[in-house]
Design a protein around this ligand. Structure first.
Ligand code: PLP
Length: 456
């Protein structure tokens, strides 16, 4: 790309280090500068329209132009632009939201602790788990287990929970005490001919063996996304969560459900836990809680978590933890309005209905020679690209084929992100059938472009 001197692109390259970007390639290619949004679409600086098939970062549930969220933020800014929740201070929006989240949780919950991002929330859960174990007089119970391909964030502790190589490599992670068990990816990880049920049984047995090896009384918690997102949109195989939970219950291990992507309708139910009958002790939410109009996250916990924590804070005199902007009044007000809109407009039922339509239509692509698998549930899906369908492999460099595919799709006015060679699809909840058709037709066209490029 030729960048005009002093253009936005040139200044971006000159001054900004980008997340999840190859910094050297970026110097050559420059950024895609997005200027405005309308419904599920965004527009670049040249006015080109893109269907945002990733809802930003799996997050803009209500689309890019929901005026009611803007008005809610504006009203709260005028009334009380900031107050905190340290030292027994509080404010109306955080109280209303905490009550709302406890009441809407899919299992009995007790308290909410507010944070600002998914990473911060998971990091905080890790700290609270250690605090709880100390409170219970079980100082040896500090290890936690998450899964390969899982994604829980990027702070030192939450990146350690994440089970993806690029989040560990050269960062000297993971931390000790954070262990990983196998992923629930049937397509890639099951043995030839192994059924979903048999694979789920094997994963549960492996978890049990890991707990036995480490010592059951040293394991405090298990972290998992109901459907893995950044690991490639991995829908758990049949009976998986039932079997995993049986193992955790056997050893009295806490279950933390990371609903940062699944929460608030994504899987066709309000929470991913409802879709898969997961009964967590802790629920972590973020992203779609404010449609990402405001950075925000929350930890919803039951009394099994809260009671020992309360006792420990009483013993020490304080819970020595909290973030300046946690439970920010503007974020809380935006979240409340966002949840109100999801309910008023029946967007969870809409996600289930349009999601089923999207899943059916996407599966029509499965016969294409470059498509290894189409998977997903509700309004989240992935198209796994391969060069060899039988061996289930793409190009030599993992992610190379996926990278070309997302570039070709972008040229067709559709934004998706490749998780290595899986193209992720996660449109705003407000997406219509006509827009799903536009998306799937675009994907079909892209696959033909990709076939032509692969043949070169
Ligand atoms: N957990 C899950 C399941 C996520 O998908 C993400 C982000 O994509 C995070 C945690 C981390 O959230 P954040 O990027 O807000 O730190």
């Amino acid at each position: 790309m030729t960048m005009q001197p002093n253009s936005q692109e040139a200044r971006d390259v000159a001054y900004q280090l980008h997340a999840y970007t190859n910094a050297r390639s970026h110097q050559q290619a420059g950024p895609l500068v997005i200027e405005r949004g309308e419904g599920p679409y965004v527009f670049d600086a040249a006015g080109k329209r893109y269907l945002e098939a990733m809802a930003g970062l799996w997050s803009v549930g209500l689309g890019f132009s929901e005026k009611r969220l803007v008005d809610a933020a504006h009203r709260q800014m005028q009334a009380l632009p900031f107050y905190h929740t340290f030292a027994s201070r509080s404010h109306g929006p955080s109280i209303d939201l905490a009550e709302k989240l406890v009441k809407m949780a899919p299992v009995p919950m007790s308290k909410v602790f507010f944070t600002n991002s998914g990473s911060e929330a998971n990091d905080t859960v890790l700290k609270l788990i250690a605090y709880r174990s100390n409170a219970l007089g079980q100082p040896q119970r500090k290890k936690v287990i998450s899964r390969l391909r899982g994604y829980h964030g990027v702070t030192i502790a939450s990146a350690s929970l994440t089970g993806l190589p690029n989040n560990h490599r050269s960062f000297d992670l993971p931390l000790p005490n954070i262990l990983h068990t196998g992923s629930p990816h049937h397509y890639k990880d099951a043995a030839a001919g192994e059924s979903e049920e048999a694979f789920a049984t094997r994963r549960a047995e492996e978890l049990d063996a890991l707990i036995q090896k480490e010592g059951p009384d040293t394991i405090a918690a298990f972290f998992g996304e109901p459907v893995m997102g950044a690991g490639g949109v991995i829908v758990p195989p049949a009976t998986y969560w039932e079997k995993i939970q049986a193992v955790l219950n056997k050893y009295d291990i806490l279950l933390v459900a990371d609903e940062v992507i699944c929460g608030f309708g994504r899987t066709g139910k309000m929470f991913g836990c409802e879709t898969f009958n997961i009964r967590p002790d802790v629920l972590v939410v973020s992203k779609q809680i404010t449609s990402s109009y405001f950075p925000f996250s929350a930890i919803i916990m039951n009394d099994r978590m809260f009671e020992p924590i309360a006792d420990e804070s009483n013993k020490i005199g304080v819970l020595g933890h909290g973030f300046t902007a946690g439970g920010h009044p503007v974020g809380s007000a935006v979240a409340l309005e966002n949840l109100r809109i999801i309910e008023e407009r029946n967007l969870v039922a809409h996600a289930a209905e349009i999601g089923a339509y999207m899943q059916d239509r996407l599966r029509t692509l499965a016969d294409h020679p470059l498509v290894g698998e189409v998977r997903g549930i509700g309004l989240i899906a992935a198209v796994e690209l391969v060069l060899d369908k039988t061996r289930k492999v793409a190009a030599g460099t993992p992610g190379a084929l996926g990278g070309v595919a997302s570039r070709l799709l972008l040229e067709r006015g559709i934004i998706s992100r490749n998780m290595l060679d899986a193209l992720a699809i996660c449109p705003p909840l407000i997406v219509t059938k006509v827009q799903i058709d536009e998306l799937v037709d675009g994907l079909a066209g892209m696959l033909e472009d990709l076939k032509a490029e692969a043949a070169k």
